[in-house]
Write a protein that binds this ligand. Structure first.
Ligand code: AHG
Length: 336
């Protein structure tokens, strides 16, 4: 039998590739891995909440039952606080970023952006959800508290990004800018084990993922592209949980679209917590990610923590093909 490589072993092994590495980023990634296991345990128990008598927002000892997305948020913050490698965290669940106390003698040089439980509206119906994270090196003085500008960096400045998909099995994929590797949680060992080494997204795929219910609210070029996908007999697959939809497309090939619409002129997904980390992962796997103005997602300059962005992401030749529709059908070439 081939020897299993655990996430921790892999992270430590990769650290050796960088002679200047101090182990801080590795420590941070390992802490995220531990937090992911705890969130995974709670997600898997979610259906038991009522059976265990946790109705009405209280458990048997009278404590409030936390919503799972807040639970995931708090667990991630706890673990990053303990690591001492992270000076702050910006979460989709919180209005502002949290400054983490520095540990004595340490100058934490990283900040983390996170969507603790993406697709959480799917939990009640047993559909896969995920955690998305990104890690930036601080641009403020390392000896002091982190600042807003540490988080408002372009996605191309991310030093690492990843996601955890709590699906039929639980998988963690991450990149430090040198390819993407995936680890599946073996529940019997309680370890994430290397299962998808240096994964590459197929250049072409048969899936397109979009909320077609909003079709009439989309711009003309988007509608023409969706018509084209349908005409060419591609299969529509839309879970409504970005991590799951993009994970499938990374494995099988496909395109995921969350465009602007009349209802949501900037789309729905957040640049910092969702679009940038997923864009880095997909690009590192050989794919492409742009907005509907054909700008590279990773080159968008963020101006606020909860900024939204339309996103088109997936197999490179499919995103290229989408671009040709935008060039052809955008009235008077507006915005491009
Ligand atoms: P939420 O975390 O509120 O459930 O949102 C999920 C996100 C993303 O994961 C998904 O692709 C998208 O919202 C689905 O939105 P629509 O329901 O508008 O399609």
């Amino acid at each position: 039998m081939d020897r299993i490589t655990t996430l921790d072993e892999f992270i430590i092994d990769k650290q050796k590739d960088f002679s200047f590495a101090t182990g801080e980023l590795s420590g941070l990634l390992r802490d995220i891995g531990v937090a992911a296991k705890i969130v995974n345990r709670e997600v898997n128990r979610a259906g038991l909440v009522n059976i265990l008598g946790l109705e009405g927002g209280k458990n048997k000892t009278g404590d409030d039952v936390q919503k799972l997305d807040m639970f995931a948020n708090d667990k991630l913050i706890d673990y990053l606080k303990n690591s001492g490698e992270c000076s702050g965290i910006a979460s989709e669940e919180l209005e502002s970023f949290v400054k983490l106390p520095t540990k004595e003698g340490k100058e934490a040089k990283y900040v983390v952006v996170v969507d603790p439980l993406d697709g959480s509206s799917n939990i009640d119906v047993n559909v896969s959800v995920g955690t998305i994270f990104g890690i930036y090196r601080r641009i403020s003085d390392h000896g002091k508290e982190c600042e807003l500008k540490d988080f408002l960096q372009e996605g191309n400045k991310l030093v690492a990004a990843g996601f955890v998909l709590y699906g039929t099995s639980t998988i963690l994929m991450y990149t430090t800018g040198n390819g993407v590797n995936g680890f599946t949680l073996d529940p019997s060992l309680g370890e994430f084990c290397l299962s998808h080494q240096n994964i590459k997204i197929p250049d072409e795929g048969k899936y397109y993922s979009v909320n077609q219910g909003y079709y009439l609210q989309f711009d003309l070029e988007m509608r023409r592209y969706i018509d084209h996908c349908s005409d060419t007999k591609r299969s529509l697959r839309y879970i409504g949980s970005m991590v799951s939809d993009i994970h499938r497309n990374i494995i099988k090939g496909g395109i995921f679209l969350y465009p602007n619409s009349r209802k949501n002129p900037l789309g729905k997904l957040r640049l910092l917590y969702e679009c940038n980390p997923m864009a880095l992962i997909v690009e590192q796997a050989g794919g492409k990610a742009i907005n509907t103005n054909l700008e590279r997602i990773l080159d968008i300059n963020p101006t606020s923590l909860h900024q939204k962005s339309p996103i088109i992401i997936g197999s490179k030749s499919m995103v290229d093909e989408f671009e040709t529709f935008v060039r052809k059908y955008t009235p008077n070439g507006e915005n491009i």
